[in-house]
Every structure is written in structure tokens, then in C-alpha cells.
Design a protein around this ligand. Structure first.
Ligand SMILES: [Ca+2]
Ligand SMILES: [Ca+2]
Length: 250
């Protein structure tokens, strides 16, 4: 048995560990079905609490397509399902997109964000884009009437020397929640949208494009201090600018 002194030491250590742990875990994870393990009423390919969307095509030839579907598979150990975003465009002057989005209040049933708190989103992704395929991540703070009051976006475009393949954990945000507006804009939710795109311009040398990503283990944190950012992909942040520069030149 421990003597009294050891017992006090143990209590001291427990309190210290408790304080440190409280500091680290003070952010709440407010995402719903972040591992895509639960299907929605639309069937096994429909992820619960996520809204899937795909573009319609400006052309319908070849095997161009866009999909946003829940699928068997795992990026990290644990869990059976991922969400798959895929687009392909095979003709000049065409584009396609596939997305998933979640609103933490209307889709996941979480209470309003609190002004002054921070919001941070992260997720695992395997991205496999062809030339002119890209992935875009948007984290928005949305008020009770659907207005975006704060937003952060990141996109990575596969363009010439830029890599099209990532196996990584993306992180985005630490947006500080603004003060509430007058009712009915007096509550806020976080909205995360992950999209892939493919684009073929009027005179592209390759004539086809694919955007593809497998998404898993999404987390959206909110809390009184900025979430500690893991080392994430920030190297290719300039790639989106290249796309727009090239579009203008065409
Ligand atoms: Ca999963
Ligand atoms: Ca769904």
C-alpha cells in the first residue's frame, strides 16, 4: 500500500495531469458521422449527416462522370467506410464537380457556436488528381438565416509540376466566431464543404482531367482557444492562382 506521502504525491500528479488534459481537450468535436460509418436513408452509398452533390455536365460524351458516394474502405486503421468524390471530364470546354457538405447545426444537431470561440476542421484524404483536377476545402461560419459571416478556403490544383497525389491530413481554420447579429441571425453553425473538380479547357494538351479524393475521419473542433495546428499541406497554396491566371490567358 502507498504511505500517506505517496498518496499525496499521487493526488498532486493526478490533479496536474487532469489540468493538462483539460487544457488539451477543451475543444469539442462537433462533426456528425465524421468517419462515414453510418448510412443515410438514401441507401448504403449515402452518408448520414452529409449532403452529397454533383454537377451536371456541359457535355455528355465519353465516360465523363461525377460521383459523391459512401464506399467500403479505410484510410487509417479503424472504421469500414470512407466517402468517395470523383469527377472526370473528357471533352474540351467542360468541367465537373463532386462535393460533400455538413452544417453542424442543421445536419449534425449541435447547438450554436459561441462568439469568440475558434473553429477548426481536419480530415484524412487520399487525393489522386490528373492534370487540372483539384480539391477545394471551405469552412464557413453560417448564421441562422444562412448568411456566411466568416470563411476560410484552401485549394490544391494539379498543374504541370504540381503533384496530383496526396495521402495526408488536411487542416483548415481557427476561424474566430464573430459576435451574434440581431435575431434571427443570432446563432451560428460551422459548415464544411469538400469538393473535387476536373476541367478541360478549349485547347488542353491532355484533353481530359480527373479529380478524385477519398475522405475519412473528419473532425470539426470548437473551443475557447485556437486548435493546435498539426503540420499540414501549405506548400501548394499558390497553385489555385495559376489556374485562374491560365484561364484568363486563354
Ligand atoms: Ca471511416
Ligand atoms: Ca447524405
Amino acid at each position: 500500500m502507498f504511505g500517506q506521502k505517496q498518496t499525496y504525491n499521487m493526488m498532486f500528479i493526478s490533479v496536474l495531469v487532469g489540468l493538462l488534459t483539460a487544457n488539451v481537450t477543451s475543444a469539442d468535436n462537433i462533426v456528425g458521422n465524421g468517419g462515414f460509418e453510418v448510412a443515410d436513408t438514401g441507401g448504403p452509398e449515402d452518408s448520414a449527416m452529409w449532403n452529397e452533390s454533383t454537377s451536371t455536365f456541359s457535355e455528355l460524351e465519353g465516360d465523363s462522370h461525377a460521383r459523391s458516394v459512401r464506399k467500403l474502405g479505410s484510410i487509417r486503421p479503424g472504421g469500414l467506410y470512407v466517402h468517395h468524390l470523383e469527377t472526370a471530364t473528357r471533352n474540351a470546354n467542360s468541367w465537373a464537380s463532386a462535393s460533400i457538405t455538413q452544417n453542424t447545426t442543421t445536419d449534425a444537431g449541435q447547438p450554436s457556436l459561441q462568439p469568440g470561440d475558434y473553429v477548426y476542421a481536419s480530415f484524412d484524404a487520399i487525393v489522386d488528381n490528373d492534370y487540372w483536377g483539384w480539391i477545394r476545402i471551405s469552412l464557413d461560419i453560417v448564421n441562422g438565416i444562412g448568411g456566411v459571416v466568416a470563411s476560410r478556403q484552401q485549394q490544391f490544383t494539379t498543374y504541370l509540376g504540381d503533384p496530383g497525389y496526396f495521402d495526408t491530413r488536411f487542416g483548415l481554420g481557427n476561424i474566430q466566431v464573430p459576435e451574434f447579429g440581431p435575431a434571427p441571425a443570432d446563432w451560428y453553425s460551422a459548415s464544411l464543404t469538400i469538393s473535387v473538380f476536373s476541367f478541360v479547357g478549349p485547347s488542353d494538351p491532355f484533353g481530359e482531367s480527373v479529380g478524385e479524393a477519398f475522405i475519412d475521419n473528419v473532425e470539426i473542433y470548437t473551443g475557447p482557444v485556437p486548435y493546435p495546428e498539426p503540420s499540414s499541406l501549405v506548400l501548394f497554396g499558390g497553385a489555385g492562382l495559376l489556374l485562374f491566371r491560365r484561364c484568363r490567358a486563354n
